[in-house]
Every structure is written in C-alpha cells, then in structure tokens.
Write a protein that binds this ligand. Sequence first.
Ligand code: ZN
Ligand code: ZN
Length: 345
Amino acid sequence: MATLTRVKVLNPAHSNKSTAIFGGEASGILNWNDLAHPHFYTLRQRIRSLFWTANEVDMTQDVKQFANLSKVEQEAFLKIIGLLATLDGPQTVIAMKIADFATDPSVKSIMATIADQESEHNHSYAYVLSSVTTLDKQMVSFEMGRTDEVLMKRNARIVDIYNEFAENPTIETVLKAMVYTTLLEGLFFYSGFAFFYNLARHQKMVGTSTMISYINRDELQHGKAISDIFRAALAENPEYNTEAFTEWIYDQFRHSVEQELIWSRYVLGEIEGIDLDEMAGYVKYRANKMLRMLGLSEIYPEFTDNPMKWIRAYVDNFDDTKTDFFEQTSRQYVKTSDLNGFDDL
Ligand code: ZN
Ligand code: ZN
C-alpha cells in the first residue's frame, strides 16, 4: 500500500485546483473560488461562524456552586473533564496530521480551523478546572487519560487507529482515522456533555455547561465537515469502498457504542437525573446520525429519534432562530440564515 507523502508547501508546477484530496497534486495556492469540491467552502464558513474563547464565559457562580455539589457529582465532574481533555488533545493533533497529508489546500485550511477550535476546547477544560478546584485535583483530572483503567480501555481503539495513521500514513489509514474522528466528534463526547446539561437543568454549574454547549456546537460542525471530506475521499478512491471496509466501519460503531455505555454506567451511574437506559438510547441515536453522515445505514432502527427528550433544549436543535437555554451571554453565533442547519447534524 502506497505511503502518503507529506505534501510540499508550494509546488508551482502543479495547478491550484487539487487533483485529489490525498495523494494528488496541487500548487499549494488556495483559491476558494476554484476548488475541486466547491461545497468545502461552506464547511469552513460554518465552522468559522462559531468562534468563541473560554475566557468570555463567566464562571463566578460556578466557583461558588462547585463546593455545594454532592461528592458523587464533584467526582463525576472531574472525571468527565478528564475524559474530554483526553479526547480533545489528540483531536488538535489529528486535524493537523490530516492537513499535513492532504493535497487539497481547502482541506488543509478546514483542518487548520478545526485544530484551532480543538486547542481552545482543551484550554477551556483547564480554565473550568482552575476556576473550581485546586491544582492537585486539576492534575489528577488531566492524568485520567493515562491512569484510569476504564477510560484507557474505552480509548484503546482510538489510540491504535490514530497512531497507525501517524506511523504509517496511507489512504486506508487516513480513511480509518477520519472514521474515528467522526466517532469522537459525533459520539464519544456526548455522555460527558449530557452530564453537564443535566447539572444545568438543575440550575447547577451553568457557566461550565454554557462552555460545554459551545464545544458541542463546534463538534457537531466538525463531525459534519470530516464526514463530508471522508465521503469525497472515498469517492476518489473507490478501491477502498468495499464491503469489507463498510463492515469494518459498522463494527467500529458497534464497539464504540458498547464502550460508551460501559463508560456512562461507570461515570454516571449514581448521578441524579440521568436515566442510563435513556442515555444508552441517546448514544445509539447519535451513532445512527453519524453513520448517515458517512453515507451508511442506521444500525439501531429503534433509535431514529432522540429518546433523551430533555437534552434537546440544550443542544439538539441549535440554530439561529430558536433561543437556546443558555442566555447568559448576548452573543449570537450563527448570524447568516443560510449557514444554520444544526438540526441536520
Ligand atoms: Zn473538541
Ligand atoms: Zn471537534
């Protein structure tokens, strides 16, 4: 299998329009009005319209409230921030690595924007923790990804697939890395997100949950962008569009859902207000959504709708016409009507 080579920065002998997303030829000059895949322009615009920084979120109330959370809630809070940080650190790097090996300059540009947002997500976890707890506890939370057995088992395949692409970049390994990227963006974060929304619906830690909702919006758009790029790359490399590869993807989704359910029982089992059966349905519903985005079929036909009804107020219906739950800032994220569409994500 041919190894993908790291793309040169500039190659004036080639045309500006790339001949392929990976393994093609392009000059390195990016003209958004002359793209091989014109719809990639919209993907970038949607991501860019979500710009925010962690420091804008007011944590004053959360600082006071954290001490009043139950011990179980405090522990889950620190564990889940640990999980999210473990996922968002590598997301920054994988976006940059995909950019390194992409020939198409529009894909490089989209990945650069995604990498920037992932790095802000990672910063936001440190920002939240430094607001509510001691340095010792912050350190423990950030060590979770390499010390907590359940979390490490849950992340084992992500580690394998991401590192395989890093060590041996080929069309196949980059396609697999993108499948896992959509799993992260569209599924792995969501039981963690639900924990914070559940606190918010009980008027607890609303600052943190606001920040989580901004991260959530970003992840939905990233999932959309990466799955679109995945489909385009697969179409350019039809020899990989096989039954075996499709089965591999379904298998990863089933495995990921199982891992997510083990994790959610482990970390949310004692949290008041979260129904684990409903959570399992929500995770399966997310899996169905991401499979559809990848151009595949749903594997959980009984969960085509979101069974966790209350969570819709927080994330499931983001767009610019509805008022979402978090109104503590006056910022409006998506201003141009033709750039919304969170309902589809
Ligand atoms: Zn992220
Ligand atoms: Zn993301």
